[in-house]
Write a protein that binds this ligand. Structure first.
Ligand code: ZN
Length: 241
């Protein structure tokens, strides 16, 4: 079975469309979404519509919760906060309800999905280093946990004692390891590459690969300017930082 995984769309319809077009070619059996449909970008309703249309399973992210009034945006930096208040105002009542229906964790086909951390799904910790990831393996039983949240792809492998962080974009599962994989971000990558990211997990051959899809970020930037979203958020789409 081929499972497609993506996260952190952040209201970027052009990036999401590029990823979904790529997935049409790969023809995955399942599509799982790792949270943060909205925030930062100009098309929250359209992105939620598409994500609910194509996904077989999903979890909520901190920006989703903030947009739906389930998390206080005062925890965000001023740019993120401004964008989330804009998002809250433009979301349709149906999309407010949809966000409230998104769970914090899910498990299917041996894959545990959570936006930030298995340990405390609603506390939005950042798993960006091996030492931060180490004890997270106690909080799920599956061999693979998929996260987003940092907007940087990463693979953490745990052998029961220690964690190794790999920079690889391709992983072949080994029996002695369990894994946490950060699938990066569709709509706001922060690894220095502006292209959208997604992952493909082949459950039979036990391989997982992280892929990029180029998209027209200038079109997204144009819409963000028209919506008067913060220029800091507009500029960073171009550098992928
Ligand atoms: Zn995010």
């Amino acid at each position: 079975m081929l499972i497609a995984l993506f996260a952190d769309v952040h209201s970027n319809l052009e990036a999401l469309t590029a990823v979904l077009e790529a997935l049409e070619r790969h023809k995955p059996d399942r599509i799982l979404f790792g949270g943060d449909a909205v925030g930062y970008g100009p098309n929250p309703n359209e992105c939620l519509d598409r994500i609910f249309e194509v996904s077989h399973g999903m979890v909520a992210g901190n920006h989703d919760h903030a947009a739906a009034g389930l998390f206080d945006p005062d925890h965000f930096n001023p740019f993120a906060r401004e964008a989330i208040l804009w998002t809250r105002a433009v979301l349709t009542p149906e999309n407010h309800r949809r966000i409230a229906s998104m769970p914090l964790t899910m498990s299917t086909e041996g894959v545990f999905v959570v936006h930030a951390s298995p340990e405390a799904p609603g506390d939005w910790f950042y798993l960006d280093a091996a030492h931060a990831a180490a004890h997270q393996f106690e909080f799920f039983t599956e061999n693979l946990c998929v996260v987003g949240h940092t907007h940087r792809p990463a693979i953490f492998a745990h052998d029961g004692e220690k964690v190794v962080k790999g920079p690889e974009s391709m992983l072949t599962f080994e029996e002695r390891f369990r894994y946490i994989v950060n699938v990066g971000s569709v709509g706001q990558p922060r690894d220095g590459n502006p292209d959208a990211m997604y992952a493909l997990y082949e459950t039979g051959g036990k391989t997982l690969s992280i892929h990029r899809a180029a998209y027209d970020y200038r079109a997204t930037q144009e819409k963000m300017r028209a919506a008067h979203l913060p220029s800091f958020l507009i500029d960073r789409l171009e550098s992928g930082t």
